[in-house]
Design a protein around this ligand. Structure first.
Ligand code: MF3
Ligand code: CO
Ligand code: CO
Length: 312
């Protein structure tokens, strides 16, 4: 399909895409952008997979849960996190031009089930799929659909597994075919940002050290750091305190303590760090349509740093 307008096309001409609508009411200004596709019906999990409390209702029950976990919970999280990392690897292997994000969702769904895990995103506040797939300018929470990946795209796959009463959460950005050098650099630096954020984890230090490290590295490269979406506590619940901002803010004053579990998951942008939301209520895209990448790990704070739980 053509992705660029003929150079001479005027606002009031018929759109090049064949919709029959005026160019200005159709593709003008959004050539080359990702557009919402068709979302297939929600998948189910078989008996024998222990579901979350929101599988049938779409509403997670809020419970009191300490930020510092017991050794039993941490041990359970090691398993959930390892499974999440495996599902991410299996799904990432399938990334190639022509495969749809819905295909990736189905592959991941089976990979969770094969390992006895429930896909944490499934019906989480009504979210309809087993992973998030965020292409090019999509910052996060892209919903898998019938859009085939194109040569030159970048796609983030975000996997969260629930097993043994706890969640494990990780994501990575993958290259589709031949990707331009500017985007490849963005992906590489974003991974470095995540890893520098994790290297800043130390008991007795405030969480703001993490964002300071990430923002510093991003800005050296002239990149933006998304502010609206942050890392989060994780354990028996998918998202809970503390918030983990990926930019520096004094307000992230919670002190890190051994046994705390949370994610570090910076979203880094080539241009503006501001987002716009799609009408589906989930998907965030950069306000200027430029590309963005993300990497995520779940970790536990140790006596002298961090143990990454979602590493294979
Ligand atoms: N896995 C995402 C995170 O890193 C959250 C996805 S929630 C969903 O926090 F509902 F959008 F799937
Ligand atoms: Co997360
Ligand atoms: Co995630």
């Amino acid at each position: 399909m053509t992705r660029t307008a003929p150079a001479n096309l005027k606002s009031n001409d018929q759109c090049w895409c064949g919709s029959g609508r005026k160019y200005k009411r159709c593709h003008k200004g959004s050539e080359g952008r990702v557009r919402p596709g068709r979302v297939s019906p929600m998948l189910t999990v078989p008996d024998g997979i222990v579901p979350t409390d929101y599988y049938l209702t779409g509403r997670p029950a809020r419970r009191d849960e300490p930020m510092v976990k017991s050794p039993e919970i941490i041990e359970a999280m090691r398993r959930a996190c390892r499974i999440a990392a495996e599902v991410l690897a299996v799904t990432g292997e399938a990334v190639a031009p022509g495969i749809t994000t819905d295909d990736l969702d189905r592959i991941s769904h089976q990979a969770y089930i094969d390992r006895g895990a429930y896909p944490s995103t499934l019906n989480y506040h009504g979210y309809p799929k087993s992973i998030c797939t965020s292409v090019n300018e999509v910052i996060c929470h892209g919903i898998p659909d019938d859009r085939p990946l194109e040569d030159g795209d970048i796609v983030n796959i975000d996997v969260t597994a629930y097993i043994g009463g706890v969640h494990g959460d990780c994501n990575a950005t993958f290259l589709v075919g031949e990707v331009d050098p500017e985007s490849r650099r963005l992906v590489e630096v974003t991974r470095e940002c995540r890893d520098l954020g994790i290297a800043a984890v130390k008991p007795g230090r405030p969480l703001s050290d993490i964002g300071r490290a990430i923002q510093g590295h991003a800005e050296v490269h002239g990149y933006g750091v998304v502010r609206t979406f942050v890392g989060h506590g994780i354990g028996e619940q998918f998202h809970l305190p503390p918030n983990v901002p990926h930019y520096f803010t004094e307000s992230a004053s919670t002190m890190m303590k051994p046994g705390m579990t949370f994610t570090v998951e910076p979203m880094i942008t080539l241009g503006s760090w501001r987002e716009k939301m799609w009408d589906n209520g989930w998907t965030a895209v950069t306000s200027d349509g430029r590309r963005t990448a993300q990497f995520e790990h779940t970790l536990v704070v140790t006596e002298d740093g961090a143990e990454v739980l979602t590493e294979l």
